[in-house]
Ligand binder design. Structure first.
Ligand code: ADP
Length: 505
C-alpha cells in the first residue's frame, strides 16, 4: 500500500473534539482547517485553526452535515484529508466514500465497515457469523409480526424493540409483557421512521442489570489489529454515558484478555481499520454480549490514552497515512486508573434537560493528573443547536481511589456560572458508596439518584459560600461586596472549614 503523508486536514466538527484533533495535528506538523456555522463565528475551534471557512446557518443540517460543501471546502483549502470527529458525518458511510472518491483521505475506517456497523441488524448478523456472542434477539429486522412475537416469547420478557438505524441512546422501547407487544411494536416503528428515517426495528432481550463495557480497537491497513483494553461506561442517564473509566473496576485479567480477543475478532469480521470501539453488555452472570460497534473516535477516548500512554488521534492520522502500527498487543500495558466526567450544561433536577445560554464565568481546575478537553474559553454560549457538552474532565491516579478523589477535588475547583450544570451530580456519583465500591450497573442513576441529594448539595454549597464570604468580609474589614459571593471558588477546604462535609456515601 502506498503511503500518503497527511499535510493539511479539514476538521469537519466543532467544540472540544475539533480542538482535540487540532492539538494532535499541531504536534504532528499537520496544517488545520476548520469549518464553522453562523452560531460558531467566535467559537474557539474557529479561532484556533490555521484557516477557517464559514459553511452555513446554525442548524447542523445547514452546516456541519453538509457533506458536499465540506468536501468542496477541503479541496478549495488544498487539504488532502478530512477528519470527521464524532457525531455529525462521522458514521455516514456515503460521506466517507465521497471523501475518498474526491481524492482525499478519510481519517476513519473504510466506508463499507461504517455502513455495515451502522445497520445494527446487519452488524449483529456479521458478529454471529464470526462467533461473537450477541444479545439474544432477532437476527433480521421484523417483517412478520407473528414470527417476531414468537421470538419474543422464546427469549422471554422484558424485551427491547430497537431501531435498526438508531443511536444516541434513542430508538429503544422496553416491552414488559406479551400484552404490550402489538402496541409497542407499532409505536417503535413509527418512532424509528420519524427519528431515523428508517422504519426497520428488531428485538433484543432486555438485560436486567447490565454493565456497559467497551473495548478500544486500533487496526492498520495491513490487517494488524490490537485492543487497548476496556472502558466501563455504566453510569448513564437516558441510556447516554456521563462518567466513563478505564480500566473497568469489575473485569478480571482473564475476562480482559478473553473479551479483548473477541473485540479484535469483531473488528476483523468487518474488515476494520483505524480507531473503533466494540461495545458489550455484561449481564449479572458475567455473560458478555456484543451490543454495537462505533466506527469513529469515541467521546471517552481520553481515559484509554491516559492508562495506555497511546495518543489515539495521532494513531488515526498515522493509520490513514498508510503507516503500520508501531506496537503489538504484547507491547500495550495498563498503568493507573482514569475517570472522565462529561460536564454538561443540563439540569439534573429536571431530568437532565439541556440548560442553554451564556456562561458568565468559567474557571477550570488544574493540577497533577487533571486533563480538561474543552471547546470553550471564558464567556461562551451553549447553544440550542448542538450537544450541550461544556467539557470533559479527565482525572488520572495511581489507582481507582486516587482517580476518584482527584475528580472530587477537581469538581470542587470547577466554577461555571450563568447556566445549570451537572457538576454537583458528578460529585454525587463520585461520593456514592456503590460507585466507590465498583458495585453498579446501567441502572445506577435510576436506582440511586434522588433530586433531593442535589438540593442538599446546593443548599450546603450556598451555606458554605455565604460562610466563606462572611469570613472574607470580616477579614477585609467589611469591604466585601455581596456580588463576590457567586464568583468565589469552591474548594474542599472551604467545605471542611465550616464543617459541612457531605454525608452521601
Ligand atoms: P445507542 O447506539 O443509541 O447508544 P446502544 O445499543 O449502544 O444504543 O445502547 C445504549 C445503552 O442502552 C446501553 O449502554 C444500555 O444502557 C442500554 N441498552 C441497550 N441495549 C440493551 C439491552 N438489550 N438490555 C438492557 N439495556 C440495554
Amino acid at each position: 500500500m502506498k503511503k500518503k503523508r497527511i499535510r493539511k486536514v479539514l476538521i469537519a466538527n466543532r467544540g472540544e473534539i475539533a480542538l482535540r484533533i487540532m492539538n494532535a495535528c499541531k504536534e504532528m506538523g499537520i496544517g488545520t482547517v476548520s469549518v464553522f456555522s453562523a452560531a460558531d463565528r467566535d467559537a474557539l475551534h474557529t479561532k484556533s485553526s490555521d484557516e477557517a471557512y464559514f459553511i452555513g446557518e446554525a442548524p447542523a443540517s445547514e452546516s456541519y452535515l453538509k457533506g458536499d460543501l465540506i468536501i468542496e471546502t477541503a479541496k478549495k483549502a488544498k487539504c488532502n484529508a478530512i477528519h470527521p470527529g464524532y457525531g455529525f458525518l462521522a458514521e455516514n458511510g456515503e460521506f466517507a466514500q465521497k471523501v475518498i472518491d474526491s481524492g482525499l483521505e478519510f481519517v476513519g475506517p473504510p466506508p463499507g465497515a461504517i455502513t455495515q456497523m451502522g445497520d445494527k441488524t446487519l452488524a449483529r448478523k456479521i458478529m454471529m457469523e464470526a462467533c461473537v456472542p450477541v444479545v439474544p434477539g432477532t437476527a433480521d429486522p421484523i417483517k412478520d409480526k407473528k414470527k417476531a412475537k414468537k421470538t419474543a416469547d422464546e427469549i422471554g420478557y422484558p424485551i427491547l424493540i430497537k431501531a435498526a438505524g438508531g443511536g444516541g441512546g434513542k430508538g429503544m422501547r422496553r416491552i414488559a409483557s406479551p400484552e404490550d407487544f402489538d402496541d409497542g411494536l407499532k409505536r417503535a416503528v413509527s418512532e424509528a421512521s420519524s427519528s431515523f428515517g428508517n422504519p426497520l426495528v428488531y428485538i433484543e432481550k432486555y438485560l436486567e442489570k447490565p454493565r456497559h463495557i467497551e473495548f478500544q480497537i486500533l487496526a492498520d491497513k495491513y490487517g494488524n489489529t490490537v485492543h487497548l483494553f476496556e472502558r466501563e461506561c455504566s453510569i448513564q442517564r437516558r441510556h447516554q454515558k456521563v462518567i466513563e473509566e478505564a480500566p473497568s473496576p469489575t473485569l478480571t485479567p482473564e475476562e480482559r484478555e478473553k473479551f479483548g480477543e473477541i473485540a479484535v475478532r469483531a473488528a476483523k469480521a468487518c474488515g476494520y481499520s483505524n480507531a473503533g470501539t466494540v461495545e458489550f453488555l455484561m449481564d449479572a452472570h458475567r455473560n458478555f454480549y456484543f451490543l454495537e460497534m462505533n466506527t469513529r473516535i469515541q467521546v471517552e477516548h481520553p481515559v484509554t490514552e491516559e492508562v495506555t500512554g497511546i495518543d489515539l488521534v495521532q494513531e488515526q492520522f498515522k493509520i490513514s497515512s498508510g503507516e503500520k502500527l508501531s506496537f503489538k498487543q504484547g507491547d500495550i500495558s495498563l498503568r493507573g486508573h482514569s475517570i472522565e466526567s462529561r460536564i454538561y450544561a443540563e439540569d439534573p433536577l429536571s431530568d437532565f434537560y439541556p440548560s442553554i445560554g451564556l456562561i458568565n464565568e468559567l474557571q477550570e481546575p488544574t493540577g497533577n493528573g487533571i486533563r480538561i478537553e474543552s471547546g470553550i474559553k471564558g464567556s461562551s454560549e451553549i447553544s440550542i443547536y448542538y450537544d450541550p457538552l461544556i467539557a470533559k474532565l479527565v482525572c488520572t491516579g495511581r489507582d481507582r481511589k486516587g482517580a476518584i478523589n482527584r475528580t472530587i477535588q477537581a469538581l470542587n475547583d470547577y466554577v461555571i456560572t450563568g447556566l445549570k450544570t451537572n457538576l454537583a451530580f458528578c460529585n454525587f456519583v463520585m461520593e456514592h458508596k456503590k460507585f466507590r465500591d465498583g458495585d453498579f450497573d446501567t441502572n445506577f442513576v435510576n436506582e440511586h439518584f434522588k433530586p433531593e441529594y442535589l438540593n442538599r448539595f446546593e443548599n450546603k454549597e450556598k451555606a458554605v459560600l455565604a460562610a466563606v464570604a462572611a469570613v472574607h468580609a470580616h477579614n477585609n474589614g467589611g469591604r466585601g461586596k455581596s456580588g463576590d459571593q457567586g464568583k468565589m471558588k469552591r474548594t474542599t477546604s472551604n467545605w471542611k472549614s465550616v464543617g459541612m462535609a457531605l454525608n452521601m456515601r
